[in-house]
Structure formats: structure tokens, C-alpha cells
Design a protein around this ligand. Sequence first.
Ligand SMILES: Nc1nc2c(c(=O)[nH]1)N[C@H]1C(S)=C(S)[C@@H](COP(=O)(O)OP(=O)(O)OC[C@H]3O[C@@H](n4cnc5c(=O)[nH]c(N)nc54)[C@H](O)[C@@H]3O)O[C@H]1N2
Ligand SMILES: Nc1nc2c(c(=O)[nH]1)N[C@H]1C(S)=C(S)[C@@H](COP(=O)(O)OP(=O)(O)OC[C@H]3O[C@@H](n4cnc5c(=O)[nH]c(N)nc54)[C@H](O)[C@@H]3O)O[C@H]1N2
Ligand SMILES: [Mo]
Length: 825
Amino acid sequence: MPRESDRIAHPWGARTPYGPGRPWPVRVDSFLQPGMSAEHIERWVPTASLLHSNGDAMDIAVADGRIVGVRGRAGDRVNRGRLGPKDLFGWQANHATDRLTTPLVRDGGELVACDWDIAMARIVTAAKSLLGERGPGAIGFYTSGQLFLEEYYTLAVIARAGIGTNHLDGNTRLCTATAAEALKETFGCDGQPASYADVDHADVIALFGHNMAETQPVLWMRALDRLEGPEPPRLVCVDPRPTPAARCATVHLAPRAGTNVALLNALLHEIIRTDRIDRDYIDARTVGFDELAAQVATCTPAWAAGICDVPARKIEHAAEVLGEAERLLSTVLQGVYQSHQATAAAVQVNNLQLIRGMLGRPGCGVLQMNGQPTAENTRECGADGDLPGFRNWQNDRHVTDLAEIWNVEPTRIPHYAPPTPAMQIFRYAEQGSIRMLWISGTNPAVSLPDLARIRSILGQERLFTVVQDLFLTETAQLADVVLPAATWGEKTGTFTNADRTVHLSDKAVDPPGEARPDLDIFLDFARRMDFRDRDERPLIAWHDPESAFEAWKRCSEGRPCDYTGLTYDRLRGDSGIQWPCTAQAPDGTERLYTGGITWATPDACETYGRDLVTGAAVSETEYRALNPDGRAVLKAAEYLPPHEDTDDEYPLQLNTGRTLYHFHTRTKTGRVPQLNAAAPDVWVELSPSEASRHGLAEGDLVEVTSPRGSLRGRLRITGIRDGMVFVPFHYGYWDTPAGDQPGADGGGRAANETTVTDWDPASKQPLFKTAAARLTLIAPGDGAIAPAPTTGASAPVHPRTIPPTIGGPAAVAVHTTDVLEGGAR
Ligand SMILES: Nc1nc2c(c(=O)[nH]1)N[C@H]1C(S)=C(S)[C@@H](COP(=O)(O)OP(=O)(O)OC[C@H]3O[C@@H](n4cnc5c(=O)[nH]c(N)nc54)[C@H](O)[C@@H]3O)O[C@H]1N2
Ligand SMILES: Nc1nc2c(c(=O)[nH]1)N[C@H]1C(S)=C(S)[C@@H](COP(=O)(O)OP(=O)(O)OC[C@H]3O[C@@H](n4cnc5c(=O)[nH]c(N)nc54)[C@H](O)[C@@H]3O)O[C@H]1N2
Ligand SMILES: [Mo]
């Protein structure tokens, strides 16, 4: 029977419990615009969610040339029909009345509408004159984790072989740079080892700095269904906030921010001390065990307890659960990647899996998670700080190979230094060596740390900025040229989720006005720049998504992310398919490293690695000596205290992150009524004892101040650890009254007014989770309530006094459980 429920109030829907090793039952979720029923629908168009990295497969319902709803795809390996709140309601943002519909150019200080010829001519003129006067290093590109594979690959060829600049990175630098770096450090190469199907098999699931229930709600539904079935897994959760996973964990550790390495070293210490290691696996598959054992030898739980402010017996308990696991699945996300010693900590999770021999088998593996829906493709295609196909910029054979595919001289592809990371690109723009910055699909004026600095960089007269977006974002408002882009549902392309599942997203409807797919914009630029290969033929020979995909397949051939067995036709089937997908593995590959470590040999690896603490590069010679046979590298790291710690002036640790109902800077979810109503404005979280120490109560208007700046929001009292303040980073300025802009009076509301300019030495990912701040009362709440959801980590400690978050009739989605198949009921 189809069942209806308010999917704002009940974000994870009804349970379909199942037991270990059984298939996850199907449950199909759908939401159609009110008054719309199945018979009105003209077409269902295949796609997957573009509002997180989970890759929930769905079909878009189209009627009268408009999107009117979505339905989860029952046959898909990722979601088996389920959809989360953003999946169900998010598509309504496409219809926002303030979409950009024409290009804009700055004239006399104002952005004015123009046609594509005028806008593109400005860009091409600027690019050509900079190339002539200052060379390729004067041009930078800052792209996204939200475009499609075909678009990144095209952009990578334009930047690296067309312009010849080293300055191309994605906002994936803020997102999954550490995931990539940790995989490279351990396995020699990027590529997710595990599979979502491991949730079906695991007997212990460990979450490190990952609020899965709110950020990958469908993956959490899978975990919840296991938790309610026979022989449920035990959970270990490491997070200073009381996330839904923390609430049902066997062990919840809530450490001081920035102490992950100390905690993980203590867990490794205990597992080695109690001899819960897999000697055979270690001997056969790894190098570096003795160094690791020596590094953690003194890292007792009592030692870590003092640093992390977590009871030693809880650390011992966690080590016991992890050590006794027979099928251990670990997941890692921003609580590690954006925290102090990011790569060093993420690598210790890899080490935990390896010394326990928990890899490449059902239920055993690590998910170094992605965040953005298409971040995996930014990485694969080399639109971030890597070369396409996970090639090694220090390996001349890899560069020659790429030059061959592009038919250019190898010297045309910059590889004299590592590709420039995003924070450095902004630094070059600040200093004036980069004079043109083309920003696509990201909103740095809200999402980068230390916003006053970012605004001043983007606002410079001498920097020519192009912004390609759906809306006139805070970033677009500072641009010289604004290009209106088509988005999900309005263009065709492929993308790959965090467990390597590739989905095709087909065009369902036309974009508004003159908005164009990002691919068409990049191809248009390449044509106007007249980039040529070494035979004087056009450098870019493809003309549409499918021909771009075919070109990418050739570039991926023989590399870990091999797409050669995939076609658009195959991807229009019931389910997405995991790479590598080749003639030998036509149905894709569930897990990597089932038969051994494959991409870590000196000739194949993507990097020779770095020192985790200093970031210093390991040379090829050193790597050959360390790892001649290409095993997994057990890399140890010592704990060091955070750079910015608390003091008398800034006594609180500053933590920033997400809520279930919003995506990033809210350009989409802020325009969706059901989602926006669930979390309409910024708030500030504090524990009960911290609140009473500050003399504050729920609903008080408070100011959060750091050495960079400040913001104001209403206080929510939650079960967060003492000594910490949390602020969601979703809220910028596009929908605030003019008077509420950041300024000397402290009227700001973006979390990044306060965050620090600092990054991990190995991955170059900026730190959004480790800084210091203070809190002051601006005005008492007088009965006001913080606009924070009650469903996730922001749930109040006194729920009876706070009305629960509900969506009401507008948020009723249908889920059908009558198509159940498989599964142990
Ligand atoms: N609803 C929603 N879902 C999303 C997104 C979204 O904006 N909204 N964005 C997507 C993207 S791009 C990303 S990257 C992911 C991010 O997904 P997550 O990483 O799950 O989300 P965050 O809230 O950034 O951070 C996770 C947790 O890290 C904890 N944390 C902070 N500091 C530390 C620390 O030092 N140690 C430990 N162990 N934990 C710490 C925080 O308390 C927080 O609960 O979500 C994706 N999914
Ligand atoms: N304080 C703090 N800051 C953070 C984080 C944190 O946890 N705390 N997390 C960081 C992380 S992990 C991430 S991923 C970033 C996210 O930061 P951003 O990438 O800046 O956030 P979004 O709001 O997703 O911006 C994407 C932009 O692309 C546009 N867009 C959407 N689809 C398309 C398309 O098809 N084409 C084009 N051209 N544009 C499109 C949207 O309208 C939007 O303006 O924020 C980072 N910043
Ligand atoms: Mo992200």
C-alpha cells in the first residue's frame, strides 16, 4: 500500500528491516507537485540526486514541459527507491523566478544584461590579452563538485592544454581533497575501496566526523534498516555533536575538535597492544607496520584522554568494539577532512582497516566519503589539483601518455610543479599574479573561510572575474561577467557518487531564458579561443555530452577509474554502474583491492606521497625504496596541537557544518518552501552547562566573534560537547534585508565571517572545524526559539518546550512499500 508521510518531520521514512548479508529491501519514495497525479505525467527522465554525494537514483516527472516531481528508482544499487528530503523537494529550485536568464556584464560599475556574443567576447578578449602580456599563469579556474563529468573533462583540457595554466582547482579542495589525499597516501592512488553494499554485511560501522543521517540520509536509512533487523551492527561514532548516529551508537566519543590524530593513535595503540591485528594481511599487503607501531607505542588511552577530553575507558571500549569486529566498515568525512591534521587522521583510519585486515571483502572497507554529488568526477577528470585519470604529474610517462591522448606536446601540459590548490589560487589573485578568475558552480563569497578577505579579493578592480551560476549569488554580484547556466534536469551528463557508482542524468526540460549547459559554455569558449592540437586540428573534438563522454573513456582507459565498459545506453538501465567498468568487468566493480593492492607500484601510482605532518613531498627515489612492490603504505603521524587554540579572549572551539534540510549556500534549498521553512535562518549551538556559564538561554540573540569577524544568530541549547560552539554555514546574504549585511556593527550571518585562513599541509584542504571564538549576548530571546531543526544534531535538550520541526501538508511524500522484494523480514 502506498503510504504517505511528512518527510520533513520524518526525514528517513518508514523502516524496512533486514539482516546481515541479505539484500536491502526496496522502498520507492516519490513526491509530485500538489494536484499532479500519475496520469498527467508525460515522461519519466532518469537522473540521480545532485544535492549530496550519495547518488540516489530517481526519475524526474515531466508534464507540459515542466518538472512536476520525482520518484526513486527501485532497481538502483544505491538507494533501492528511497529518497531523502532534499531529493524529494529540491527540484522546485529549478523553477525559482529569480534564475539568471541572460548573461550580464559590468558596465559603469553595474551588471547589465547582454547577449552571449557580448559576454563571451569580453572573456575571450581578456584571456587573449592576458596570455599575450602575462602568460598562462595569469589565468585561473575555480570550479565545482556539482557539474557533470563531461564538463570537468572539457574544462581540464581547456585549462591544462589550451591555456596551459597550472591554476585549475575545484571547490572539491574544500570538500574531498583530504579523501583523495588519504587514499593516495595509503594506496598510492585515489579510488574508493569500499561499496555501499558493505552496510549490508558489516558487524561494526564506525563513523569518524560524519553526520551520515543528515548528510547522506539514504545511506543512513540503509544503516537504520540494519539496526532494526536481526543481528544489527554496532556503531562507533566520533563526533563532538549529538548526531543521530551518535545517539544510537554503542560507543560515542565526543572529542575536543582537532584531536582526531591523538584519538586514532590511541585506538591503534590499543588494537596493537591487545594483538587484535591480522599479521598475515600486514605482512602480505603493507609496508610500514613497525614505524606505525613505534609511533603509537606511547599513545595510551590515558594519554589521549587528556588531549581529547574523552574518558580513557570509553576509548578502550571503542578499541574493543573495533578490534573485535569481524566485518568492519569505517566512514570518514568533514569532522576529519576539515579539522586539524586532516590527512594524518584520515590515513590513520585507513591504517586501522589495514592492520585488522579489513579490506576488499563484503562488509570490510573504508569509505573516505565524498561530499558533493560530482566531486569524484572533478578528481578523476583532473579539474582539481591532479591530472586526468589519476595520473601522476611527477611521472613523465603519465604526462606523455596524456599528451598523446590530447595530441599535444608534453611540454604544453604544465607539470613543473603540483597543480595549484584553491587557497593558493585565491592568494595569487590577492597578490595580483592571477588577473582572470573563472568561477563555475561554486559560491566562494559564502563558502570560503575568512569572508572579509575573500570579498576583498573578488572585489579588486584589477581582477577580471567570470561567474557561471544559476543565480545572482553573493559571488556573482562581485563579477565582471556573469554567465547563466542550465542545471540538473536541464542538461545531460554523467556523474559518480562516493562508492564509484556512475549515473546518467538526462535532460528533462529546457533551461530558462538563454541559460546554457556548462558544457556548451566551455565548448563555446574553446572554439572562440581556437585552441589547436599539434596537427593544427581543434584541440577539443567533441561537441555534445555523449561525444565528451566517449573522449573521456579513452582518457580513463587502463587507469583505476576505467570507464571503457560504460555507454550512455547502458547507463539508461535500471541501476548505476560502479567503475572500473571494462570489457573484463562489464558489470562494474563492487570493491577495490579484493585481490591485493593494485595501483601503488612506483610506475602506476598517482603520487609518491607526502609527509603527513609537514606536507613535504616524498621523492620518486624515496618512494621506490619504501614501496618497491606497490603495497599499501601504513603511514604514521604524531599528534600536534591545533594552530588556533582557545584562550581567555576566545574561549570556545568553533565548529561549523551542515543541517539536513539545506545544501551549502542555500542557492537551491533556500528557494524550496518545504526545506527553507524547516531551517529558515542561522542559529548557534551550545551545551547546557556552557549556556549557563555564559548566562544564556534558548532563543537569545548572540554574537559569535573570532579574530576574523562575527555573525549573529539565535541560541539553540543542544547536547554538543562543552567548550564548543556550532554554527551552520548555509546562510549568506542573498535573502537577507540590506541592513543585515556583514559590517562593522557585526550584523553578519555567514559562519565563514569567523573561520580561519589555514589548511592541511598534505591535502591543502582549508580548516572549517578548528578555530577559536567567543560568544556575547546581543538581546535576550524573550520566548523566541532558535530556527534550528529538531530532527538532527541540532535537536534541543529540552524538547518539550520546543515545537518539533514539521513540514505539514506541503511536505507529504508518498512511499510505497508494496513492491518489497528480497530482504529478511
Ligand atoms: N543536508 C546536507 N547534506 C549534505 C550537504 C549539505 O550541505 N547538506 N553537503 C554535502 C557535502 S558537499 C559534504 S562535504 C558532506 C559533509 O557531510 P558531513 O561531514 O557529515 O557534515 P558536516 O556537518 O560538515 O561535519 C560532520 C561532523 O563533523 C563534526 N566535527 C567537527 N569537528 C570535528 C573534529 O575535530 N573531530 C571529529 N571527529 N568530528 C568533528 C561535526 O560536529 C559534524 O557533526 O555532506 C554532503 N551532504
Ligand atoms: N564554514 C564552513 N564552510 C564550508 C564548509 C563547512 O563545513 N563549514 N564546507 C565546505 C564544503 S565541504 C563545500 S563542498 C563547500 C560548498 O560551497 P559552494 O560550492 O560555494 O556551495 P554551493 O552553495 O553548493 O555553491 C554551488 C553554486 O553552484 C551553482 N550551481 C548549481 N548547479 C549548477 C550548475 O549546474 N552549473 C553551474 N554553473 N552552477 C550551478 C549554485 O547555484 C551555487 O551558487 O563549502 C565549504 N565551506
Ligand atoms: Mo563538500
